[in-house]
Design a protein around this ligand. Sequence first.
Ligand SMILES: *[C@@H]1O[C@H](CO)[C@@H](O)[C@H](O)[C@H]1NC(C)=O
Ligand SMILES: *[C@@H]1O[C@H](CO)[C@@H](O)[C@H](O)[C@H]1NC(C)=O
Ligand SMILES: *[C@@H]1O[C@H](CO)[C@@H](O)[C@H](O)[C@H]1NC(C)=O
Ligand SMILES: *[C@@H]1O[C@H](CO)[C@@H](O)[C@H](O)[C@H]1NC(C)=O
Length: 380
Amino acid sequence: MKWLVLLGLVAFSECIVKIPLKRVQIMRKTRSEKNMLNSFLEEHAYRLYKTSSPGSNITTHPLRNIKNMLYVGNITIGTPPQKFQVLFDTGSSNLWVPSMLCTSLFCSSHVLFRHLQSSTYQPTNKTFIINYLSGTMKGVIARDTVRIGDLVSTDQHFGLSMEISRNKEVPFDGVLGLGYPKFSFSGVIPIFDNLKNQGAISEPVFAFYLSKGNPEGSVVMFGGVDTSYYHGTLNWVPLIKAGRWCVHMDRISMNRQVVACNAGCEAIVDTGTSLILGPRRMVDNILRHIGAKPRGSEHYVSCSAVNTLPSIDFTIKGINYTVPAQFYAIKGSDGNCYITFKHIPANTPRETWILGDVFLRLYFSVFDRGNDRIGLARAV
Ligand SMILES: *[C@@H]1O[C@H](CO)[C@@H](O)[C@H](O)[C@H]1NC(C)=O
Ligand SMILES: *[C@@H]1O[C@H](CO)[C@@H](O)[C@H](O)[C@H]1NC(C)=O
Ligand SMILES: *[C@@H]1O[C@H](CO)[C@@H](O)[C@H](O)[C@H]1NC(C)=O
Ligand SMILES: *[C@@H]1O[C@H](CO)[C@@H](O)[C@H](O)[C@H]1NC(C)=O
């Protein structure tokens, strides 16, 4: 039996499409920029609890904490292809890029889609609005050929943004949402669903490897899993609710003592968030255990103390996912080490955590649309 399984895996790995991701960082320069970034963080959390009704043309958008590091990759839209650097985002469900008709500040420093130069471009009469707390993004929905590496989705609906009230320093042009169709604007079919429906991918899965040190080397893969990116076996966790990349977490502990998620909680696995976010009271408890000192909205420790700090265990389906201090405390430009735990400001009925890139650098993640589950394994 075993050789049959192996044979299957070989055939499987040949069909995987891998897209290199680049780690990008945004530097804070001015006070106003800093405030802007903080409001991004809050808005990110906000949207989790105010998602639009399915099929509506108004949606609350995944604004992200981008003050740290994010991973972006290239796609093309149109014929001939126009290249865009996008955030591959499991926390949202739509593809959008800026339109050549956009006059917002954001658009002055990003690649804009030139629809007049694409022979396969088709307009629709649908519009969309994405609400942020501090502004909106408005645009039209269009259709065109979208390519992710060798994967081609023809007549793919996507958003062309005309108005973006958003920091122009954002290190990507647009976002490619890998969430479920339930949260897509105007009932648009997300690109992954189209690829799946068209039989373009052999298996309805995608996976992320986010490199720890090197800014290069990260990948998102479609249609299968390359086992060379992780150690051991994948631990599968079912989604709590179909339609969102969210799983049950048993507890969070330090030094064998439970510090958060005492009665179990929800964990959203989100490649578009750079940090780990949790409810204020729980995060504060962790910061206390670490002995972190506040500075503005940040908490830091002296970098010389980092190797004496305990690691943090996230227990999911009985398995400990350990995040050592060197990974949750990141050196800032002032020489201090900043703690990568942040508040979800909104009051939530249930305890919800967002496991972003800080967690995903340590754990290779597989998103299985076929079985509504997430696979995690220790990344190489
Ligand atoms: C995307 O393409 C540009 C060149 O067009 C290149 O500089 C950049 O490194 C590419 N990004 C990735 C993640 O490969
Ligand atoms: C939008 O397009 C659809 C189909 O193409 C059409 O049925 C509808 O009447 C159009 N609506 C408007 C307001 O133009
Ligand atoms: C949203 O859709 C409704 C009904 O289809 C339409 O009346 C409204 O103008 C749309 N709003 C925007 C901002 O496109
Ligand atoms: C997981 O972590 C908890 C708390 O730190 C510890 O008590 C338990 O023994 C660990 N389990 C395994 C299997 O390592």
